[in-house]
Design a binder for this molecule. Sequence first.
Ligand SMILES: NC(=O)C1=CN([C@@H]2O[C@H](COP(=O)(O)OP(=O)(O)OC[C@H]3O[C@@H](n4cnc5c(N)ncnc54)[C@H](OP(=O)(O)O)[C@@H]3O)[C@@H](O)[C@H]2O)C=CC1
Ligand SMILES: O=C(O)CCC(=O)C(=O)O
Ligand SMILES: [Mg+2]
Length: 739
Amino acid sequence: MSKIIYTKTDEAPALATLSFLPIVEAFTKTAGVEVETSDISVAARILAEFPEYLTEEQRVPDNLAELGRLTQDPNTNIIKLPNISASVQQLKAAIKELQSKGYAIPNFPEDPQTDEEKELRKRYGKSLGSSVNPVLREGNSDRRAPKAVKNYARKHPHSMGEWKQWSSTHVSHMHGGDFYDGEQSMTLDKARTVRMELLLDDGTQKVLKPKIALLDKEVIDLMVMSKKALLEFYEREMEDCREAGILFSLHVKATMMKVSHPIVFGHAVRIYYKEAFEKHGAFFDELGINVNNGMADLYDKISTLPASKREEIERDLHACQEHRPRLAMVDSSKGITNFHSPSDVIVDASMPAMIRSGGKMWGADGKMYDCKAVMPESTFARIYQEMINFCKWHGNFDPKTMGTVPNVGLMAQKAEEYGSHDKTFESSDAGIARIVDIDTDEVLLEKRVEKGDIWRMCQVKDEPIQDWVKLAVRRARESDTPVIFWLDPYRPHENELIKKVRTYLKDHDTTGLHIEIMSQVRAMRYTLERVARGLDTISATGNILRDYLTDLFPILELGTSAKMLSVVPLMKGGGLFETGAGGSAPKHVQQLTEENHLRWDSLGEFLALTVSLEHLANNDNNAKAQILADTLDTATEKLLLNDKSPSRKTGELDNRGSHFYLAMYWAEELAAQDKDSELKAQFTPFAQKLKENEAAIVKELNQAQGKPVDIKGYYYADEELAKKAMRPSALFNETLASL
Ligand SMILES: NC(=O)C1=CN([C@@H]2O[C@H](COP(=O)(O)OP(=O)(O)OC[C@H]3O[C@@H](n4cnc5c(N)ncnc54)[C@H](OP(=O)(O)O)[C@@H]3O)[C@@H](O)[C@H]2O)C=CC1
Ligand SMILES: O=C(O)CCC(=O)C(=O)O
Ligand SMILES: [Mg+2]
């Protein structure tokens, strides 16, 4: 029996699953495909970590570890929905909710002192930040807008803000002392075992990571971010921003760069509120305030102080704002600024949203203003400035005519920066940061660090690079589109990759293909010149640009990256099918609980299911699965053309209504096909029933809206209540059960 593993995650995607999965199960069983669910929500991952605190009935298996193992099995077929990459605030909220539901898990130790607390912190750390995707992504990334989706966007363009040539919006990044500056890189000449250590100025050796096994031909890098240079940078840019009278916004990726970026974020907050931190810093420490987790942590912890003390602190914070630039807002109606939480503004999505709106972000008064987009690490920040330059000169892009930019991303086996958090350190002392071969004592890479500097080692294995080059060539051939490898010869790491790309391209027949290697800024310009002329260009990039570009171009081309096809061909032969390239849209949940309307668009799920079924069909020689895939593809196109995607407005068709239409169109396509008479016979009466009841079902679905709905929880909602809320049409449920 063929099997698809369907993940259960968090927030809007998890709610959508409750409505969509029964449809998937009903349809796929007709092709002998079993659908198994696997709960990898942040709540389930927390529970799996602490079985000894739970009763027998409360315990849950470690599904993520099991899925990680399955990525090594060629028969694996996983549909992975977007999940929360939790900030400390979110993790604490999830813990609190679980405790309130009777799960006696321990509190999150904010400032661990004892060994026991340190151990707990380490265990909770496993559920922090991006901890699902890196486990499952045992393959490289293939993300693109399918033709039907692109055509739909061309016919129904989303709104775009206007770019003025005189816009003051720009990107600011460090020009020295950051990870890019003086980075060191090497390709290994043999398999080695190394340690990471700090050689202090007094000669003491401090081992931070005792043993890392590296493979032959692996590329490793050593990078340092100077605290001094970072603080000077912030000071200068804040002053520059205040003078310019525009909004200050900081864009980081604290979810994936879960060790370095909260530190980078915290320094910005402390510089902005410098005088207040000088005055109250020691007291803040006593209270256990850590603004690396955002100002939310500070406001939370001072909320219980006596009013006079609290007001004094608030006054002092306010006084700092008087001579600092205005901050970009995340939610101006609630007074939530860019400094509230390091993962409220996530660079991959936040920069495209700003560019789409003509370079504007929200100010505290609810109006939009030009901004200084601050991205301290210069390595990739420059691509955004290049795009802004282009928009200022050319005007914003036109979704009706613009070309498309699919991406082939190097991602497998925790490639590059995104796999480096367990090898990232905030230096406790000055000294030499070194990577040393344990067996030979050779110092492979070394760099001077001062106290407070952040240093890290990144790695990328050779086999994933070979696989990435192969995938890029395959995509170029299949789509007859030029491929540009975005690699910067001035950057030592990428220079190593350039050598490898040149070597491995020779393994493939590239006759007639257009393949080039360009530095990022040139690649961006080249790609944009083509985009503006309606031409398509594949970007073949490293892991960070994979993440950035697969939100950037889709958000401009399609309005959201949720509509992307996102495939991870696992290196061992299985398939991981991600549902779009975007997140979990937390504010959609709020709309559901307040108004019982879910505007989440499951298009990414429809696309993922199509390719997942196709993969099954090929692997298991399952002809029925292929028919299901082909008909689902046509049904999805029909859904788009007939405008049955969810509306943003309560009372109109929402996520559940769009699922009904998908089911109806899919059934109609299965009834219309003549390749499999059994399927035809099964689906003909079913399609008829859905068609006959269309008006009544849509009425039931839409009439349920407009009033609050309580699903008793956010991270671990009551499954039965949530199911009931997500399946409000008795008529549709009955009809589906009859299949
Ligand atoms: N692959 C994964 O697992 C990923 C997970 N994440 C996680 O998701 C969370 C939120 O991420 P964030 O970057 O803030 O934002 P999201 O990508 O979730 O949402 C940003 C905005 O995009 C629109 N949007 C996104 N997806 C859809 C959809 N399917 N249907 C309709 N509109 C959509 C919504 O716009 P509007 O408000 O206009 O409706 C939404 O407010 C974080 O925890 C993050 O770590 C993020 C990226 C990928
Ligand atoms: O894992 C995460 O935190 C986000 C993933 C993401 O943004 C992406 O893969 O595009
Ligand atoms: Mg992303």
